[in-house]
Write a protein that binds this ligand. Structure first.
Ligand code: 13P
Ligand code: SF4
Length: 357
């Protein structure tokens, strides 16, 4: 009998991490007010700022706002961490966000409530397989989504987030460049269709956005004909095709401010409702339907890894900040990888600054 062990496929890797995330999901603790007060005091005492993504629990987003930290999309989180003078960054989000913060601010200490909070796109794009894909297509410019490991970024020419992907690929196409895109096939297809660029896709997907169903959105739209449909571009094409607005998390929140519709059908993680409610308090927010509990859906518009950022673990981290036990929560990126990854990240940040100016 053969003794050969094949490496697990990206799908198997995603599943094993997903099982861990789902088994660790907890309810909001009963003493949450006391924990929030403690966290605010400890942030101040440690010259630390909390940088949170829109998909984290509302109480974490509120804490970031109230303590002089920040809530934003993945591009804005990266920018804030770099520009803020605090020596210690606490990133409530998923691991690629912590790594990006560390690469941009190598002199700072970057911690996360748990380093097990990862992302199916990152997991589904192991660096060795990805490098082989790049090596097989040397004539292409390598553009990777921010939802990747530091090592994958280090192998790329450009990093993009969903808020800037269209503009960057459009620019590269205008320069006559052919693109190798990874890892999200839905965002990559959307960008290719919109820009007309020649894009070769990696086969990755987000387990949360992949579950939104166009049939369910059509049914909801029939019941709420005045509602605008807002879709994150990690969703499948039939869902994107129904959208009034396609955009990053920040762009979708901005749409709720600008559009006059009385209601919105939202195809992204439900954590975003905290900020959307602030942006349009008088409007109705409806979550776009997923496959539901009877089908393969195990996420149902809630990223299981974002949900691993909990008040308890954040408070525990801050209590012991700087002690040896917090080592397990600190982000480290080896300096060679960080320097390599900084090049494509820097290109994105410069591009974003020029576009604004
Ligand atoms: P944004 O860049 O739009 O915040 O998206 C990050 C993400 O992980 C979406 O699933
Ligand atoms: Fe990754 Fe999807 Fe979670 Fe975003 S929602 S962090 S893309 S798994």
């Amino acid at each position: 009998m053969s003794d050969i062990h094949e490496n697990p496929s990206p799908q198997e890797i995603v599943k094993s991490y997903l099982d861990v995330a789902l088994s660790q999901a907890h309810e909001k603790p009963a003493n949450s007010e006391q924990l929030c007060a403690e966290i605010k005091a400890d942030l101040k005492a440690n010259d630390a700022v909390l940088v949170a993504h829109y998909y984290t629990a509302p109480e974490l987003q509120a804490l970031a706002e109230q303590s002089g930290g920040f809530v934003g999309d993945s591009l804005e989180m990266a920018r804030f961490g770099k520009q803020n003078p605090a020596q210690t960054l606490i990133v409530a989000g998923v691991k690629f966000m912590g790594e990006t913060a560390k690469i941009l601010s190598p002199e700072k200490n970057v911690y996360m409530p748990t380093l097990e909070a990862t992302c199916s796109l990152d997991l589904g794009c192991p660096v060795d397989d990805f490098s082989a894909f790049c090596d097989a297509n040397p004539e292409r410019t390598v553009v990777v989504y921010a939802n990747t490991s530091a090592a994958v970024k280090a192998r790329s020419d450009w990093v993009v987030t969903s808020s800037i992907a269209l503009d960057v690929v459009d620019y590269l196409d205008s320069q006559g460049e052919k693109i190798l895109w990874a890892p999200d096939k839905y965002l990559g297809s959307y960008v290719a269709e919109k820009t007309g660029a020649d894009v070769l896709l990696w086969n990755g997907s987000c387990i949360v956005h992949e579950e939104f169903k166009s049939r369910g959105i059509e049914d909801l739209k029939r019941a709420h004909p005045d509602a605008a449909v807002l879709v994150h571009p990690e969703s499948p094409k039939p869902v994107i095709d129904l959208a009034d607005v396609v955009g990053s998390t920040s762009q979708l929140i901005e749409a709720t401010r600008k559009l006059t519709n009385p209601a919105f059908i939202v195809a992204t993680d439900q954590g975003i409702f905290y900020k959307m409610q602030q942006a349009c308090p008088d409007k109705q927010l409806l979550i776009a339907p997923t496959a539901g509990s009877g089908a393969t859906c195990r996420s149902c518009a809630n990223c299981p890894w974002m949900a691993m950022n909990e008040l308890d673990s954040l408070a525990g981290l801050l209590r012991t900040l700087g002690n040896p036990e917090t080592e397990a929560n600190e982000i480290h990126v080896d300096s060679q990888t960080a320097q390599q990854a900084m090049k494509p990240l820097g290109r994105m940040l410069d591009f974003a600054t020029q576009r604004k100016g």
